[in-house]
Ligand binder design. Structure first.
Ligand code: HEM
Length: 411
């Protein structure tokens, strides 16, 4: 492993070019050491590079965000967003323009496909090449095969919607996996490739952390889309377009149910591997997920207890938006002139969406208990699984009683 010479050379130029920054060298060093263990010569070189950034010409936002992510631990700012490099990924944004729904779904599907395909490529490479990063605690070939099977299942619906791949007719699974990699890679822009590279900065060198990060990022991508959907559904209700709101909410529920295929994939994590890297993720908990909390609070304004608990104190911007009057779907229905709340189609869509959220919470809880135990403390300064046990009973909407989650929901 070479030292940070490329970074030092870049910084030493009189006018370094933003686009010439040696991202690749930095990512390789981080992946081979783990962010928590990266030698000080690297963080010192990156700090010097960061000092240069304000003086550069051109758009330096991406480089600034990347350097902030590499230096989050030394700066004492390591958190969920910086751990997952969320600002470096093309996650769906809130877009209210007409026709935006289809393009936002395509954006989500592309990123979902890229994240999972990167995981598939990593697993296949690790099975044959001992130079693959994160060499510790490789899974057995049986676990790796199961993981690949679940990754394929989780990626297929997005690939089919994007018309990247039709109904799989290929005979062997390995052929299909290679076809998926080839097809997705063919469509990657240079920006996509960079985003995938820079968003993989594990804290340690344990094999399973790659999968853990990609699954979290994939869920975040879906939460972001659903949060955007909810905003538009609320606008539709306010404009009296109840059938459009109901159709959109049903589609959102289907997407959330579809993304549940990520759970059996994550469930292939080796508990010992998870416990080996988890101490170094301290400070980064999904309780800080803005997209999840936006989604939750757009359904129903959280009760005061929850709003003043770590659930929302961990996402201050979301909490502020709520206290400043963010309108939830429940609120919009309360204020609706026409009897939108009595609309049977919308009521049924709300029940379906609430059931999908409850199923998500239930599966998450069960997996967390399986991996952490029933009363292990979490990384988000909560009581861990007891916190999740309470949170899963939060009503999604005040207005509807969902059918209870399928008791057989498997992680
Ligand atoms: C090994 C798998 C996982 C375990 C053991 C686990 C455990 C936990 C724990 C203990 C909490 C409570 C907060 C804390 O103290 O940290 C939590 C919260 C949360 N986790 Fe996970 N988690 C896992 C996977 C995931 C995945 C894949 C996602 C998808 C993004 C996720 C999303 C969330 C969210 C959104 C919260 C906040 C829930 C709320 O505030 O109501 N978790 N998780």
């Amino acid at each position: 492993m070479t030292g940070p010479d490329a970074v030092l050379r870049w910084s030493a130029q009189r006018r370094p070019a933003v686009e010439r920054f040696p991202y690749h060298a930095v990512v390789i060093a981080y992946q081979h050491n783990g962010k928590h263990f990266v030698p000080a010569e690297w963080t010192q070189a990156l700090t010097t590079a960061r000092d240069q950034v304000p003086h550069l010409n051109g758009d330096n936002r991406h480089l600034s965000a990347f350097l902030a992510g590499t230096l989050d631990k030394v700066d004492g700012r390591f958190d969920y967003r910086s751990y997952l490099g969320l600002t470096l990924l093309p996650i769906p944004t809130l877009d209210q323009t007409p026709g935006a729904a289809a393009s936002q779904l395509a954006r989500r599907d592309r990123l979902h496909a890229q994240l999972l395909t990167d995981l598939i490529a990593f697993e296949l490479r690790a099975a044959t090449d001992d130079k693959t990063p994160l060499p510790q605690m490789r899974p057995t070939s049986a676990v790796a095969a199961k993981r690949l099977r679940h990754a394929l299942r989780a990626v297929m619906p997005a690939l089919q919607r994007l018309s990247y791949i039709d109904e799989p007719t290929t005979t062997s699974e390995i052929d299909l996996l290679r076809r998926v990699i080839a097809t997705v890679n063919l469509d990657l822009t240079p920006e996509d490739r960079l985003a995938l590279q820079v968003s993989m900065l594990p804290v340690h060198t344990i094999h399973d952390e790659w999968m853990f990060i990609r699954v979290l990022q994939a869920f975040e991508t879906t939460f972001a889309l659903l949060a955007s959907d909810l905003t538009q559904i609320i606008t539709a209700v306010q404009a009296g377009h109840t059938p459009a709101a109901a159709t959109r909410l049903s589609a959102a529920a289907s997407l959330l149910r579809e993304s549940a295929t990520l759970w059996p994939l994550l469930a292939t994590i080796q508990p010992a591997a998870f416990h080996a890297f988890r101490p170094y993720t301290d400070g980064a908990s999904a309780i800080q997920s803005r997209h999840y909390k936006i989604l939750e609070s757009l359904c129903r304004r959280p009760d005061a207890n929850r709003l003043h608990s770590p659930a929302y104190l961990s996402v201050p911007e979301v909490r502020t938006a709520i206290t400043e009057g963010q309108v939830s779907l429940d609120d919009a229905l309360d204020a609706a002139q026409q009897p939108a709340a009595e609309d049977a189609f919308l009521a049924s869509a709300m029940r379906g969406f609430a059931a999908a959220i409850n199923q998500w919470r239930q599966t998450h809880y069960r997996l967390a208990v399986r991996i952490l135990g029933p009363d292990r403390t979490g990384t988000g300064y909560t009581q861990g699984t007891p916190y999740l046990n309470d949170a899963r009973h939060e009503p999604v909407f005040r207005r509807c009683r969902p059918t209870p989650p399928d008791a057989g929901g498997k992680a």
